[in-house]
Design a protein around this ligand. Structure first.
Ligand code: F6R
Length: 358
């Protein structure tokens, strides 16, 4: 489908993006530094020897930061980091479990249910929120809390809902090099904002070009094992929530053992799918080879295949830069589809209906 809107026309941003999602994306590097500052005084924290595992509770835009932390820091802290998206927690979590309860609004019922359970089981709890019941609970029960700025969409507050977790771990003494890697990542992201931001014309702007390629198609995002698997999921969710588009994701190598077979021709449906592979250019040669072979195998039945080569000096940089790119692409795709990227009416409607007794 040929887009009728030009992403180089600065007027469309005011008209179609009144909530300023593009500004939020362009501000991501600065939000990362601000988020680091917010977590510098979280309150009384446990000693490392008191912690057996970490559990991060959240839903949607408040949960993906947990995946980021798990994939970047689990090895370094030498403890399991589990991300829980739902009402319930394992019964074996106890005093030695450090729980991060993350809810941007502070009112998400699954997260509130899970944190109540964590409290009842005696877990140590740190809250990350902009307010709502979670902040009230934290104040009432003396849990350390990181208060994040209000008035954003949770998914646009990713920096605030992710980085404080790493900073708290640094303050406890579980993590040592995150801040340094973050600073380098921020510098690198600032440069990418000038390459992928609004001002950069489409001719030299990969994010705008990819969005144009995706217009009228269903994106299916494949990440390679490790940090880029988390980026792939973020891309998928941002296509859903910002672009209001169906989108799917999976991870290599696992998709090589099932999903790859499913890319048989299905009338003209599969012709409307664009597969996007996120691959670490300096990563495991076996994964690079798998992406090459897989994209060749499936491309004839699809509408297109794009391979995004991710570069960076650290896993933090690679993951944050690829998240930034996906965020840009999703906002541009929304605008090309004539959609306002900010509201998520179906989520709001669901929450509304669930909160009124049936
Ligand atoms: C909306 C979004 C959603 C919310 C989710 C949980 O931008 O990303 O996925 O994050 O509905 O709500 P909160 O974050 O308030 O706990």
């Amino acid at each position: 489908m040929e887009p009728t809107i030009s992403l180089d026309d600065v007027r469309i941003y005011k008209e179609l993006d009144p909530g300023g999602m593009i500004e939020a994306v362009e501000g991501f590097p600065d939000q990362c530094l601000e988020a680091r500052r917010l977590a510098s005084e979280p309150g009384a924290l446990p000693y490392p020897e008191e912690i057996r595992e970490i559990a991060i509770l959240g839903m949607g835009g408040s949960a993906i930061g947990g995946d980021v932390i798990r994939v970047l820091l689990e090895e370094e802290i030498r403890r399991r980091i589990n991300v829980h998206r739902g009402y319930r927690l394992p019964g074996f979590y106890a005093q030695e479990t450090l729980v991060f309860a993350v809810s941007y609004s502070g009112n998400t019922e699954e997260t509130l249910s899970a944190v109540e359970q964590a409290a009842a089981q005696g877990c140590r709890i740190v809250a990350l929120t902009s307010g709502g019941s979670l902040l009230a609970m934290a104040r009432d029960r003396d849990w350390p809390a990181v208060e994040v700025p209000m008035g954003m969409q949770p998914r646009a507050a990713l920096a605030y809902l992710t980085i404080p977790i790493a900073v708290v771990m640094e303050r406890i003494g579980l993590v040592s090099s995150f801040s340094q890697q973050l600073e380098e990542a921020v510098e690198s992201m600032r440069k990418r904002v000038s390459c992928w931001g609004r001002i950069q014309p489409q001719e030299q702007n990969f994010a705008k070009q990819l969005a144009a390629r995706l217009c009228g198609k269903i994106p299916v995002v494949y990440g390679t094992e490790g940090p880029l698997s988390v980026a792939a999921y973020r891309w998928k969710c941002q296509f859903n929530e910002n672009s209001k588009s169906p989108a799917f994701h999976h991870v290599l190598p696992e998709m090589n053992h099932n999903e790859v077979v499913g890319w048989d021709r299905l009338d003209d449906f599969t012709r409307r799918v664009e597969a996007i592979f996120l691959v670490d250019e300096e990563g495991d040669a076996r994964m690079i080879r798998r992406v090459e072979i897989t994209s060749e195998l499936i491309k004839e039945n699809l509408g297109g295949v794009s391979v995004v080569h991710v570069r960076g000096n650290s896993p933090v940089e690679k993951l944050f830069v690829s998240i930034l790119l996906g965020d840009f692409v999703s906002v541009y795709l929304a605008l090309l589809r004539g959609k306002n990227p900010t509201p998520v009416e179906k989520i709001s409607e669901l929450k509304e209906q669930l909160s009124t007794p049936g």
